[in-house]
Design a binder for this molecule. Structure first.
Ligand code: ASP
Length: 438
Protein backbone atom coordinates (compact mmCIF):
# COMPACT_ATOMS: atom_id res chain seq x y z
CA UNK A 1 0.00 0.00 0.00
CA UNK A 2 1.30 3.44 -0.88
CA UNK A 3 1.72 6.16 1.69
CA UNK A 4 0.37 9.69 1.90
CA UNK A 5 1.71 12.45 4.11
CA UNK A 6 -1.07 14.84 5.11
CA UNK A 7 -0.12 18.25 6.43
CA UNK A 8 -2.89 20.27 8.07
CA UNK A 9 -2.63 24.03 8.39
CA UNK A 10 -3.65 26.06 11.45
CA UNK A 11 -7.19 26.75 10.26
CA UNK A 12 -7.70 23.00 9.78
CA UNK A 13 -6.95 22.43 13.47
CA UNK A 14 -8.31 25.58 15.06
CA UNK A 15 -10.96 23.87 17.23
CA UNK A 16 -12.50 20.51 18.11
CA UNK A 17 -14.84 20.59 15.11
CA UNK A 18 -11.89 20.98 12.77
CA UNK A 19 -10.05 18.16 14.55
CA UNK A 20 -13.01 15.89 13.79
CA UNK A 21 -12.88 16.85 10.13
CA UNK A 22 -9.19 15.96 10.08
CA UNK A 23 -9.92 12.55 11.57
CA UNK A 24 -12.63 11.88 9.00
CA UNK A 25 -10.26 12.85 6.21
CA UNK A 26 -7.70 10.39 7.49
CA UNK A 27 -10.33 7.66 7.74
CA UNK A 28 -11.37 8.27 4.14
CA UNK A 29 -8.04 6.96 2.83
CA UNK A 30 -5.99 4.45 4.80
CA UNK A 31 -2.83 5.50 2.97
CA UNK A 32 -2.83 8.73 5.01
CA UNK A 33 -0.45 7.37 7.62
CA UNK A 34 1.78 10.34 8.47
CA UNK A 35 0.29 13.61 9.66
CA UNK A 36 2.01 16.97 10.04
CA UNK A 37 0.03 19.58 12.01
CA UNK A 38 0.54 23.34 12.35
CA UNK A 39 -0.42 25.15 15.55
CA UNK A 40 -4.10 26.12 16.01
CA UNK A 41 -4.99 29.04 13.76
CA UNK A 42 -7.78 31.59 13.88
CA UNK A 43 -11.32 30.36 14.54
CA UNK A 44 -12.78 33.61 13.23
CA UNK A 45 -11.48 36.86 11.76
CA UNK A 46 -10.79 38.57 15.13
CA UNK A 47 -9.18 35.54 16.72
CA UNK A 48 -5.43 35.13 17.41
CA UNK A 49 -3.19 32.44 16.00
CA UNK A 50 -1.50 30.45 18.76
CA UNK A 51 1.94 31.01 17.15
CA UNK A 52 1.43 34.78 17.22
CA UNK A 53 0.47 34.61 20.90
CA UNK A 54 3.59 32.56 21.64
CA UNK A 55 5.84 35.10 19.94
CA UNK A 56 4.17 37.88 21.96
CA UNK A 57 4.56 35.88 25.17
CA UNK A 58 8.27 35.43 24.57
CA UNK A 59 8.74 39.12 23.79
CA UNK A 60 6.87 40.08 26.94
CA UNK A 61 8.88 37.63 29.01
CA UNK A 62 12.20 39.02 27.68
CA UNK A 63 11.08 42.56 28.48
CA UNK A 64 10.41 41.45 32.06
CA UNK A 65 6.64 41.68 31.55
CA UNK A 66 3.89 39.55 32.97
CA UNK A 67 2.63 36.82 30.64
CA UNK A 68 0.47 34.64 32.86
CA UNK A 69 -2.71 35.84 31.16
CA UNK A 70 -1.38 35.14 27.73
CA UNK A 71 -0.21 31.66 28.66
CA UNK A 72 -3.60 31.11 30.28
CA UNK A 73 -5.32 32.00 27.00
CA UNK A 74 -3.04 29.71 25.04
CA UNK A 75 -3.69 26.87 27.44
CA UNK A 76 -7.44 27.44 27.13
CA UNK A 77 -7.23 26.94 23.38
CA UNK A 78 -5.81 23.46 23.88
CA UNK A 79 -7.93 22.69 26.93
CA UNK A 80 -11.20 23.30 25.06
CA UNK A 81 -10.14 20.93 22.31
CA UNK A 82 -8.86 18.33 24.76
CA UNK A 83 -12.10 18.45 26.76
CA UNK A 84 -14.42 18.39 23.76
CA UNK A 85 -12.66 15.39 22.25
CA UNK A 86 -12.08 13.62 25.60
CA UNK A 87 -8.35 13.33 24.98
CA UNK A 88 -6.22 12.18 27.88
CA UNK A 89 -3.45 14.76 27.93
CA UNK A 90 -1.96 16.42 31.00
CA UNK A 91 -1.80 19.98 29.72
CA UNK A 92 -1.06 21.26 33.20
CA UNK A 93 2.24 19.36 33.27
CA UNK A 94 3.11 20.36 29.70
CA UNK A 95 2.61 24.05 30.42
CA UNK A 96 4.54 23.83 33.65
CA UNK A 97 7.51 22.39 31.73
CA UNK A 98 7.26 25.04 29.02
CA UNK A 99 7.19 27.84 31.60
CA UNK A 100 10.20 26.32 33.38
CA UNK A 101 12.13 26.08 30.10
CA UNK A 102 11.36 29.67 29.22
CA UNK A 103 12.28 30.87 32.70
CA UNK A 104 15.50 28.91 32.27
CA UNK A 105 16.34 30.95 29.17
CA UNK A 106 14.89 28.86 26.31
CA UNK A 107 15.04 30.80 23.05
CA UNK A 108 12.28 32.44 21.04
CA UNK A 109 12.16 29.57 18.51
CA UNK A 110 11.54 27.16 21.36
CA UNK A 111 8.63 29.23 22.58
CA UNK A 112 7.11 29.59 19.08
CA UNK A 113 7.49 25.88 18.35
CA UNK A 114 5.39 24.87 21.35
CA UNK A 115 2.24 25.62 19.35
CA UNK A 116 3.03 22.79 16.95
CA UNK A 117 4.48 20.57 19.65
CA UNK A 118 1.30 20.67 21.76
CA UNK A 119 -0.98 20.34 18.75
CA UNK A 120 1.03 17.34 17.60
CA UNK A 121 0.82 15.71 21.00
CA UNK A 122 -2.92 16.31 21.22
CA UNK A 123 -3.57 15.09 17.69
CA UNK A 124 -1.48 11.97 18.12
CA UNK A 125 -3.47 11.03 21.23
CA UNK A 126 -6.77 11.79 19.53
CA UNK A 127 -5.90 9.68 16.49
CA UNK A 128 -4.05 6.94 18.35
CA UNK A 129 -0.96 7.62 16.20
CA UNK A 130 2.66 7.57 17.34
CA UNK A 131 4.26 10.92 18.19
CA UNK A 132 7.60 11.75 16.61
CA UNK A 133 9.22 14.86 18.06
CA UNK A 134 11.04 16.75 15.26
CA UNK A 135 13.60 17.72 17.87
CA UNK A 136 15.01 14.21 17.42
CA UNK A 137 14.53 13.85 13.67
CA UNK A 138 14.76 17.22 11.88
CA UNK A 139 18.14 18.94 11.99
CA UNK A 140 19.48 22.38 11.14
CA UNK A 141 23.16 23.12 10.51
CA UNK A 142 25.34 25.90 12.02
CA UNK A 143 24.09 28.34 9.40
CA UNK A 144 20.49 27.76 10.37
CA UNK A 145 19.78 25.83 7.17
CA UNK A 146 18.02 22.48 7.14
CA UNK A 147 20.51 19.61 7.16
CA UNK A 148 18.62 17.78 4.45
CA UNK A 149 20.56 14.54 4.23
CA UNK A 150 20.92 13.88 7.95
CA UNK A 151 17.25 14.72 8.43
CA UNK A 152 16.23 12.42 5.61
CA UNK A 153 18.21 9.57 7.08
CA UNK A 154 17.14 9.91 10.72
CA UNK A 155 13.54 10.84 10.00
CA UNK A 156 13.22 8.08 7.40
CA UNK A 157 14.49 5.57 9.96
CA UNK A 158 12.05 6.82 12.62
CA UNK A 159 9.10 6.66 10.20
CA UNK A 160 9.94 3.16 9.02
CA UNK A 161 9.67 1.92 12.61
CA UNK A 162 6.04 2.99 13.01
CA UNK A 163 2.80 2.25 11.19
CA UNK A 164 1.49 5.76 11.52
CA UNK A 165 2.71 8.95 13.13
CA UNK A 166 2.11 12.60 13.87
CA UNK A 167 5.17 14.80 13.28
CA UNK A 168 4.57 18.42 14.38
CA UNK A 169 5.47 21.02 11.78
CA UNK A 170 7.69 24.12 11.90
CA UNK A 171 10.67 23.05 14.01
CA UNK A 172 13.66 20.82 14.53
CA UNK A 173 16.92 21.13 16.43
CA UNK A 174 20.13 23.11 16.00
CA UNK A 175 23.58 21.46 16.34
CA UNK A 176 23.70 22.50 20.03
CA UNK A 177 20.41 20.72 20.70
CA UNK A 178 18.31 23.86 21.07
CA UNK A 179 15.06 24.24 19.16
CA UNK A 180 15.12 26.00 15.81
CA UNK A 181 12.13 26.87 13.63
CA UNK A 182 11.73 27.38 9.90
CA UNK A 183 10.48 30.78 8.78
CA UNK A 184 6.79 31.56 9.29
CA UNK A 185 4.45 29.11 7.59
CA UNK A 186 7.23 26.54 7.78
CA UNK A 187 5.03 23.54 8.62
CA UNK A 188 4.64 23.24 4.86
CA UNK A 189 8.37 22.55 4.72
CA UNK A 190 8.14 19.92 7.45
CA UNK A 191 5.35 18.24 5.46
CA UNK A 192 7.53 18.10 2.37
CA UNK A 193 10.52 16.82 4.33
CA UNK A 194 8.39 14.07 5.91
CA UNK A 195 6.96 13.16 2.48
CA UNK A 196 10.47 12.77 1.10
CA UNK A 197 11.71 10.75 4.09
CA UNK A 198 8.64 8.50 3.92
CA UNK A 199 8.99 8.11 0.15
CA UNK A 200 5.31 9.04 -0.03
CA UNK A 201 3.14 8.70 -3.13
CA UNK A 202 1.61 12.10 -2.51
CA UNK A 203 2.19 15.04 -0.22
CA UNK A 204 -1.25 16.40 0.69
CA UNK A 205 -1.37 19.92 2.01
CA UNK A 206 -4.75 20.52 3.65
CA UNK A 207 -5.76 24.12 4.10
CA UNK A 208 -8.85 26.35 3.93
CA UNK A 209 -8.94 26.90 0.17
CA UNK A 210 -9.61 24.39 -2.60
CA UNK A 211 -6.25 24.91 -4.28
CA UNK A 212 -4.51 27.61 -6.26
CA UNK A 213 -6.69 30.03 -8.13
CA UNK A 214 -5.87 31.18 -11.66
CA UNK A 215 -5.71 34.77 -10.43
CA UNK A 216 -5.96 36.71 -7.19
CA UNK A 217 -9.68 36.56 -6.24
CA UNK A 218 -9.51 40.15 -4.97
CA UNK A 219 -8.80 41.18 -8.56
CA UNK A 220 -10.70 38.53 -10.52
CA UNK A 221 -13.93 37.58 -8.79
CA UNK A 222 -14.77 33.87 -9.15
CA UNK A 223 -11.29 33.04 -10.44
CA UNK A 224 -11.21 29.33 -11.32
CA UNK A 225 -9.18 26.74 -9.43
CA UNK A 226 -6.06 25.42 -11.16
CA UNK A 227 -6.59 21.66 -11.14
CA UNK A 228 -3.10 20.72 -12.22
CA UNK A 229 0.20 22.46 -12.69
CA UNK A 230 3.88 21.63 -12.65
CA UNK A 231 6.38 22.63 -9.97
CA UNK A 232 8.07 24.90 -12.52
CA UNK A 233 4.83 26.73 -13.20
CA UNK A 234 4.20 27.02 -9.49
CA UNK A 235 7.62 28.57 -9.02
CA UNK A 236 6.88 31.20 -11.66
CA UNK A 237 3.53 31.99 -10.08
CA UNK A 238 4.73 32.15 -6.51
CA UNK A 239 7.71 34.30 -7.39
CA UNK A 240 5.15 36.86 -8.43
CA UNK A 241 3.20 36.68 -5.23
CA UNK A 242 0.77 33.78 -5.50
CA UNK A 243 0.90 32.22 -2.05
CA UNK A 244 -0.72 29.16 -0.57
CA UNK A 245 2.39 27.08 -0.03
CA UNK A 246 5.66 28.10 1.62
CA UNK A 247 8.13 28.46 -1.27
CA UNK A 248 10.79 26.30 0.36
CA UNK A 249 8.38 23.39 0.67
CA UNK A 250 8.61 22.72 -3.04
CA UNK A 251 12.20 21.54 -3.32
CA UNK A 252 12.26 18.39 -1.15
CA UNK A 253 9.25 16.87 -2.91
CA UNK A 254 10.05 18.15 -6.39
CA UNK A 255 13.49 16.54 -6.27
CA UNK A 256 12.03 13.29 -5.01
CA UNK A 257 9.38 13.31 -7.76
CA UNK A 258 6.52 13.40 -5.25
CA UNK A 259 3.39 15.35 -6.27
CA UNK A 260 1.84 17.88 -3.91
CA UNK A 261 -1.93 18.05 -3.65
CA UNK A 262 -3.47 21.19 -2.14
CA UNK A 263 -6.80 20.25 -0.51
CA UNK A 264 -9.52 21.97 1.47
CA UNK A 265 -10.30 20.54 4.93
CA UNK A 266 -13.74 22.14 4.76
CA UNK A 267 -14.51 20.60 1.33
CA UNK A 268 -12.69 17.27 1.50
CA UNK A 269 -14.19 15.88 -1.69
CA UNK A 270 -12.89 18.72 -3.84
CA UNK A 271 -9.86 17.44 -5.77
CA UNK A 272 -7.93 20.67 -5.16
CA UNK A 273 -4.74 21.45 -7.06
CA UNK A 274 -2.29 18.72 -8.03
CA UNK A 275 1.31 19.86 -8.53
CA UNK A 276 3.52 17.44 -10.42
CA UNK A 277 7.06 17.33 -11.77
CA UNK A 278 5.97 16.61 -15.33
CA UNK A 279 2.63 17.73 -16.79
CA UNK A 280 -0.30 15.38 -16.20
CA UNK A 281 -1.15 13.27 -19.25
CA UNK A 282 -4.60 14.74 -19.80
CA UNK A 283 -3.09 18.05 -20.88
CA UNK A 284 -3.75 21.61 -19.77
CA UNK A 285 -7.34 22.82 -19.41
CA UNK A 286 -6.52 26.29 -20.68
CA UNK A 287 -3.61 27.68 -22.68
CA UNK A 288 -2.58 29.54 -19.58
CA UNK A 289 -2.27 28.05 -16.12
CA UNK A 290 -2.43 31.19 -14.05
CA UNK A 291 -1.68 34.89 -13.70
CA UNK A 292 0.19 36.47 -10.82
CA UNK A 293 1.84 39.77 -10.16
CA UNK A 294 2.99 42.43 -7.75
CA UNK A 295 3.22 46.20 -7.71
CA UNK A 296 5.97 48.27 -6.12
CA UNK A 297 8.73 48.02 -8.71
CA UNK A 298 11.09 50.69 -10.04
CA UNK A 299 13.17 50.79 -13.20
CA UNK A 300 16.63 52.32 -13.46
CA UNK A 301 17.17 53.12 -17.16
CA UNK A 302 20.72 53.77 -18.28
CA UNK A 303 21.35 55.04 -21.83
CA UNK A 304 24.63 55.44 -23.62
CA UNK A 305 25.32 55.61 -27.34
CA UNK A 306 27.24 52.55 -28.60
CA UNK A 307 26.63 50.75 -25.32
CA UNK A 308 26.37 47.49 -27.21
CA UNK A 309 30.05 47.51 -28.15
CA UNK A 310 31.36 48.83 -24.84
CA UNK A 311 32.69 45.71 -23.19
CA UNK A 312 31.91 45.48 -19.47
CA UNK A 313 29.10 48.05 -19.52
CA UNK A 314 26.48 45.66 -18.13
CA UNK A 315 28.88 44.34 -15.53
CA UNK A 316 29.61 47.85 -14.24
CA UNK A 317 25.91 48.69 -13.89
CA UNK A 318 25.35 45.46 -11.99
CA UNK A 319 28.45 46.10 -9.90
CA UNK A 320 26.91 49.37 -8.72
CA UNK A 321 23.66 47.55 -7.95
CA UNK A 322 25.51 44.88 -6.01
CA UNK A 323 27.72 47.31 -4.13
CA UNK A 324 24.68 49.17 -2.86
CA UNK A 325 23.22 45.93 -1.53
CA UNK A 326 20.39 45.63 -4.06
CA UNK A 327 18.87 42.59 -5.75
CA UNK A 328 17.53 43.06 -9.23
CA UNK A 329 14.53 41.24 -10.64
CA UNK A 330 14.88 41.76 -14.40
CA UNK A 331 17.33 43.25 -16.83
CA UNK A 332 15.74 44.21 -20.13
CA UNK A 333 18.19 45.72 -22.64
CA UNK A 334 18.03 47.68 -25.88
CA UNK A 335 20.81 48.49 -28.33
CA UNK A 336 21.90 51.61 -26.43
CA UNK A 337 20.07 51.14 -23.16
CA UNK A 338 19.95 48.86 -20.19
CA UNK A 339 17.21 48.77 -17.56
CA UNK A 340 17.40 47.32 -14.09
CA UNK A 341 14.07 46.41 -12.53
CA UNK A 342 14.02 46.19 -8.74
CA UNK A 343 11.74 46.57 -5.74
CA UNK A 344 11.08 50.22 -4.86
CA UNK A 345 11.17 49.42 -1.15
CA UNK A 346 14.75 48.15 -1.48
CA UNK A 347 15.80 50.96 -3.74
CA UNK A 348 14.44 53.87 -1.69
CA UNK A 349 17.13 54.05 1.01
CA UNK A 350 20.00 53.95 -1.54
CA UNK A 351 18.38 55.64 -4.53
CA UNK A 352 20.90 58.50 -4.82
CA UNK A 353 23.86 56.33 -3.98
CA UNK A 354 23.19 53.72 -6.66
CA UNK A 355 22.55 56.41 -9.26
CA UNK A 356 25.81 58.18 -8.42
CA UNK A 357 27.77 54.95 -8.50
CA UNK A 358 26.37 53.92 -11.91
CA UNK A 359 27.31 57.36 -13.25
CA UNK A 360 30.78 57.09 -11.81
CA UNK A 361 31.39 53.63 -13.26
CA UNK A 362 29.74 53.95 -16.69
CA UNK A 363 29.57 57.64 -17.54
CA UNK A 364 26.18 57.27 -19.28
CA UNK A 365 24.38 59.77 -21.54
CA UNK A 366 21.32 59.63 -19.32
CA UNK A 367 20.20 57.81 -16.23
CA UNK A 368 16.67 57.93 -14.99
CA UNK A 369 14.61 56.14 -12.34
CA UNK A 370 10.91 55.50 -12.80
CA UNK A 371 8.67 54.16 -10.05
CA UNK A 372 5.16 52.77 -9.83
CA UNK A 373 5.52 49.74 -11.99
CA UNK A 374 3.58 46.52 -11.56
CA UNK A 375 4.90 43.25 -12.93
CA UNK A 376 2.48 40.60 -14.16
CA UNK A 377 3.45 37.10 -15.16
CA UNK A 378 1.19 34.91 -17.24
CA UNK A 379 2.25 31.32 -16.83
CA UNK A 380 1.33 28.24 -18.82
CA UNK A 381 3.03 25.16 -20.19
CA UNK A 382 0.27 25.18 -22.85
CA UNK A 383 1.69 28.39 -24.31
CA UNK A 384 4.61 26.59 -25.94
CA UNK A 385 2.43 24.69 -28.40
CA UNK A 386 0.03 27.49 -29.15
CA UNK A 387 1.26 30.05 -31.63
CA UNK A 388 -0.16 33.50 -31.18
CA UNK A 389 -0.48 33.41 -27.38
CA UNK A 390 1.67 36.53 -27.01
CA UNK A 391 -0.35 38.30 -29.70
CA UNK A 392 -3.57 37.49 -27.87
CA UNK A 393 -2.12 38.69 -24.58
CA UNK A 394 -0.93 42.02 -25.96
CA UNK A 395 -4.16 42.41 -27.94
CA UNK A 396 -6.14 42.00 -24.73
CA UNK A 397 -4.00 44.59 -22.95
CA UNK A 398 -4.31 47.06 -25.78
CA UNK A 399 -8.11 46.65 -25.87
CA UNK A 400 -8.16 47.41 -22.19
CA UNK A 401 -6.08 50.53 -22.85
CA UNK A 402 -3.14 49.28 -20.82
CA UNK A 403 0.25 50.62 -21.80
CA UNK A 404 2.93 47.92 -21.62
CA UNK A 405 6.15 49.39 -20.21
CA UNK A 406 8.26 46.25 -20.31
CA UNK A 407 8.14 42.74 -21.80
CA UNK A 408 10.17 39.67 -20.94
CA UNK A 409 9.60 36.08 -22.03
CA UNK A 410 11.51 33.40 -20.17
CA UNK A 411 13.57 31.08 -22.34
CA UNK A 412 11.44 28.07 -21.40
CA UNK A 413 8.39 29.74 -22.97
CA UNK A 414 6.62 28.99 -19.73
CA UNK A 415 5.69 32.57 -18.96
CA UNK A 416 5.35 36.04 -20.37
CA UNK A 417 6.14 38.91 -18.07
CA UNK A 418 4.83 42.42 -18.62
CA UNK A 419 5.52 45.63 -16.72
CA UNK A 420 2.63 48.09 -16.50
CA UNK A 421 1.86 51.26 -14.56
CA UNK A 422 0.71 50.37 -11.06
CA UNK A 423 -2.58 52.13 -11.82
CA UNK A 424 -3.21 49.66 -14.68
CA UNK A 425 -2.22 46.60 -12.67
CA UNK A 426 -5.67 45.22 -11.88
CA UNK A 427 -7.17 46.13 -15.26
CA UNK A 428 -4.33 44.28 -16.97
CA UNK A 429 -4.83 41.09 -14.94
CA UNK A 430 -8.58 41.18 -15.56
CA UNK A 431 -8.02 41.67 -19.30
CA UNK A 432 -5.60 38.72 -19.56
CA UNK A 433 -7.94 36.51 -17.55
CA UNK A 434 -10.93 37.40 -19.73
CA UNK A 435 -8.96 36.67 -22.89
CA UNK A 436 -7.76 33.21 -21.92
CA UNK A 437 -10.19 31.84 -19.38
CA UNK A 438 -13.69 33.22 -19.62
N1 ASP B 1 2.57 28.05 13.12
C1 ASP B 1 3.63 28.57 12.30
C2 ASP B 1 3.25 29.94 11.76
O1 ASP B 1 2.20 30.46 12.11
C3 ASP B 1 4.04 27.65 11.23
C4 ASP B 1 2.94 27.23 10.30
O2 ASP B 1 1.76 27.47 10.55
O3 ASP B 1 3.25 26.67 9.27
O4 ASP B 1 3.99 30.51 11.01
Amino acid sequence: MGKIVAKFGGSSLSDAGQYQKVRNILLMDKRRVYVVPSAPGKRHAEDDKVTDMLYTAHRLHCAGGECNDLFGRIRDRYQTITDALHVDLDLEAEFRRIRQDIDGGANCDYCASRGEYLNGLLLSKYLGFQFIDPRDAIFFNENGMLDTERTNEVLGEALRKVENAVVPGFYGSAPDGTIRTFSRGGSDITGAVVARAADADVYENWTDVSGFLMADPRIVRDAQVIHSLTYKELRELSYMGATVLHQESVFPVQRAGIPTNIRNTNHPHHIGTMITVTPEAKGAEHIITGIAGRTGFSVISVEKAMMNIERGFGRKVLQAVEETGLNFEHLPTGIDSLCVVLETEQLDPVRDRVKARIMELTNPDTIDIQDDMGLITTVGRGMVHNPGTAARLFGALSHANVNVRMIDQGSGELSILVGVDSSDFETAIQAIYREFVE
